[in-house]
Design a protein around this ligand. Structure first.
Ligand SMILES: *Cc1c(COP(=O)(O)O)cnc(C)c1O
Length: 346
């Protein structure tokens, strides 16, 4: 049985969070004189501390995601959200996590920063989790399993059945990183949060929402998990400008949807064009806004593209990804240019 208390670090359990001025007095919109936070009183739009609980933003997000605002924690990118998970639940030099390469590199980096062992269990050849091997790798100090779906850099979604198996047998947290879910036909796991107390979903405004520069990451989980994370988050981790820009963008969702539809159409065109190139051996099906392709020599092709002004990602050093490049879908013109350059290579 999953027991949140069992997997929470002792120091976090006994922690009393820092209470900021903006936590203690919550403005109800009436005209008050704020002499509590040592701010500069001359108004310039950002002279006041931001809302530490990002209430306006969470209200809109909660409505769009179909979940209560107390199931949401926001961070300075999903990278901060992931780091908070490590710090809340993993005891340095004792606990371990499981990741499924080839996958997003930050899980490994964060495990290193937090002195947590990262047990890697390779995906199968079709880039799906090897559930038996994962269960074999679990011990009493295994706190989290990270699943990226759609997966970066392979682009495929992870099987619902396999995720369900892990959610049901594992007594730690199953963290599903849905950075690319908005490009995918698969449904978000957010709808399943009430069925699984050990499920954590992370999302971001960095990809489909086009706001990588403002850094806004989203964690969706049970109220109990969110309460633990709130205890350790820096009080003002999401700044005022980020909160404003995110709110504006979320209010124009039709615009975001149009961009996503355009990118998906461009992805199909690029996919077809890539298949015609002789040195491209395989294009992997993608539920994201990028395509992983297997070429004859990824390092050679990477440098040829670079010399011609096109920067792509060489993933050839990742397991199961020998001689692969990852192409992000750009604008129509950028994709045409990519194809032109690829066609010119010898
Ligand atoms: C890009 C990406 C993110 C986004 O991270 P942010 O810190 O929110 O920009 C998260 N997870 C994966 C797998 C990604 O590829």
């Amino acid at each position: 049985m999953f027991d949140l208390d069992n997997i929470t670090r002792e120091n976090v359990k006994s922690l009393k969070p820092y209470s900021s001025a903006r936590d203690e007095y919550i403005s109800d919109g009436s005209k008050m004189i704020f002499l509590d936070a040592n701010e500069n009183p001359f108004e310039n739009g950002v002279n006041r501390y931001p809302d530490p609980q990002q209430r306006s933003l969470k209200t809109v997000l909660a409505e769009q995601k179909g979940i209560g605002p107390d199931h949401i924690l926001l961070g300075n990118g999903s990278d901060e959200v992931l780091d908070l998970l490590f710090r809340a639940f993993c005891e340095p030099k004792e606990d371990n996590i499981i990741t499924l390469p080839p996958t997003y590199g930050m899980y490994q980096v964060l495990s290193g920063i937090n002195a947590i062992e990262n047990r890697t269990v390779l995906l199968t050849r079709d880039f799906q989790p090897n559930v038996d091997k994962i269960i074999e790798a679990v011990d009493t100090n295994t706190k989290m399993i990270f699943i990226c779906s759609p997966n970066n850099p392979t682009g495929n979604s992870i099987s619902e059945e396999k995720i369900n198996q892990l959610l049901n047998v594992f007594n730690g947290l199953v963290v599903i990183d849905e950075a690319y879910v908005d490009f995918s036909k698969s449904k978000s796991w957010v709808a399943k949060l009430s069925d699984h107390p050990n499920l954590v979903v992370t999302q971001t405004l960095s990809k489909a929402y086009g706001l990588a520069g403002i850094r806004l990451g989203i964690c969706l989980a049970s109220k109990e998990i969110i309460t633990v994370l709130n205890k350790i988050k820096p009080p003002y981790n999401v700044n005022e400008l980020t909160q404003q820009r995110a709110l504006n963008r979320l209010k124009e969702v039709e615009y975001v949807e149009t961009e996503i539809a355009t990118l998906l159409k461009e992805k199909e065109l690029l996919f077809k064009a890539l298949l015609d190139l002789s040195f491209i051996e395989k294009c992997y099906a993608s539920d994201a806004n990028f395509i992983l392709v297997k070429v004859d020599d990824s390092t050679k092709r990477y440098h040829q593209l670079l010399e011609r002004g096109v920067v792509v990602r060489n993933r050839g050093n990742q397991p199961l990804c020998e001689n692969t490049l990852r192409f992000t879908i750009g604008t129509q013109n950028e994709n045409i240019k990519l194809i032109e350059v690829l066609k010119s290579l010898v």
